[in-house]
Design a protein around this ligand. Sequence first.
Ligand code: ADP
Ligand code: ZN
Ligand code: ZN
Length: 750
Amino acid sequence: MSEGLRKHRGTKDTPGVADSPRVRVLLPLPLAGAYDYRTPAVLSINSGDFVTVPLNHRDIIGVVWDSSPEQETTPIAEHRLRPVTAALPVPRMTPSLRRFIDWVAAYTLSPPGAVLRMAMSVPAALEPPTPQAGWMLAGPGSNRQPRITPERARVLAVLRPGEAMAGARIAEAAQVSPGVLRGMAEAGLLRPALLPLASRFARPDPDHPGSALGPEQAVAAATLSRRVAAREFSVTLLTGVTGSGKTEVYLDAVAECLRPRDGKPGRQALVLLPEIALSAQWLDRFRARFGVAPALWHSEVGGKTRRETWRAVAEGQAPVVVGARSALFLPFPDLGLVVVDEEHEAAFKQEEGVVYHARDMAVVRARLAGAACVLVSATPSLESLTNARTGRYHALHLPRRHGGATLPEVGMIDLREHPPERGRFLSPPLIAAVGAALERGEQAMLFLNRRGYAPLTLCRHCGHRMRCPNCTAWLVEHRAQRRLQCHHCGHAESPPAECPECGSANSLTAIGPGVERVLEEVTDLWPESRRIVMASDTMPGPAAAAAAAQAIQDRAVDLIIGTQIVAKGWHFPHLTLVGVVDADLGLAGGDLRAAERTVQLLHQVAGRAGRAEAPGQVLLQSYSPEHPVMQALVSGDLDAFMAAEANIRRPGHWPPFGRLAALIVSSEDEREADRAARDLGLAAPGGEGVQVLGPAPAPLALLRGRHRRRLLLKTRRDIAVQPLLRAWLARVKVPNSVRVQVDVDPVAFL
Ligand code: ADP
Ligand code: ZN
Ligand code: ZN
């Protein structure tokens, strides 16, 4: 970090560089560092200004930088410097965002320009917004005496002197047609005027009457609000059983953040959700709490809205942003609170491009902005729990479900004792429980974290397995679409009539279940029931997810069959039974966090049951009911499970008790990948508390046609991995056709 914050020689923080003819400009390109330019005398330029500069015969927008994590090279001679072309009329990038960009770049070993690009993802927002035209009172000056009809009088009553309003709004308020306005302009009563950049983002009202908090909620909310009101950095881990009202509690902290205090205006709040496309219910609750919708930020927000949102955030006009991980890079001028909901979710890890963990970077963003940070989960990560235990984070806990609802009872079904019928996947006890729930008029959910019909297609005759030509992966049958699909690269083909290996006809057979196959079984068992499949391919986009949630809430559905999507914070009051079709699934071929992740996922799924008056029941089908993961789910004692997990990881210095960084070496040429991986292995760092595992073929040894090898650097917690990685990579020359991706704090090990 100290490296990341080193200042460029001779420059101070803001404004600092105004009096220097030489400025450093960071460009949103994957380059090593900032470039030097000259400031023409006519321009006044400060650190953080968005400027256009010439680069290779074209103009490009960058940001005037003050520090660079890169080595300083010999500066270009003064007379060879090219001048900055223009400064853009956008609010300056704050020092805290600039430091954040440097910090993320240094931590993830990414070029700072690549990180800057995430903070400049909407170049069009940097252009001046096109003003809209409207009308204004013409005022005295004309000595004509235009006729004042009742319609015209209504228009005059709507407009205040000196204030411009859009024609459509005047017409609506005064109940007149647009023609009336044009007539009034001709008569000299109105004149055209440009509208001020109207904010699309209504201010949430912190004092909008919300739900009355329960006593434990109130205590937690008051504690959080105090930390927000302090207007300084803090981190709080807010935990509590599913349905305890953690959302209500942190929305109170959002309200506090928006309130002016001690003569200072309110600050902005950012809430990160792991899958914003699945957040319709969350948005309803926000609206109920604040009277208006928040600004949204995720990949599906496009075009004009994206531009306006970026700009509104930069101008302080968007008080609350709810977003995916990329929202961390929005240009908040005064961020007061960052909430990370479902902080344990792996979806917060970005695996492509700049590889970073949004939960961890949220803490850094809050620290640099002097903001409060709240990490929220019913099943917190071992990382955050450990930070809370050692006192680095504050801890707050809600021990009970809201409104007297009880936690569901979790039971096991031993599949060895109660096997499903041949070719079926639901055991007799689970079938009985689902049938009973349906009979009572309640909803039931079957959870299986696998899309499609079957994960494997096999030749009964010769044993041939249908594989992806580009990846180390089986093709998943999607029967409804008559496709075999690779879930890694998107390769798809029609199921062949004959085995491609031995030529036998009708010999290919589906092995194992996906949600489509469970649907088939359920349709057979309860043909009268109304069913819905919730999976990323059956519910593409926010609208479909919202419609599904609504249908379930409205009891237009009896049976829900879903993948991990159903684990995401839904509140389905009529759902009383959850059946987990294959509780062992996540444990197979597991990595470091397989057990932790399985407990989190299944506990979250279980937490969908019995959230209202009727009590909930959860049944886990498993071949190993004695496994500690199953035992933890049955007892509900996640604390004990996590403590045991910590005891497993501590001695070997596994995270969070040590540090990890992965190198993923890949090439289209297998021998090149092997050679580069071997060279890296030979040049690996060593010494006390430092260990390198590998090189070894990645579990996905072939992905999208690239051969992949992995090396894993493991260090003691007090040893930073970044300097070791930098030195290591500098020692080895790899050909251009080989890519070495650095993944600090890896979450996936594929
Ligand atoms: P969690 O996030 O802890 O799982 P939620 O915040 O989703 O819990 O709350 C569960 C349900 O209880 C939601 O439907 C929520 O609207 C309701 N709820 C929680 N607290 C209150 C409250 N104080 N007043 C009214 N409803 C509440
Ligand atoms: Zn065959
Ligand atoms: Zn593939």
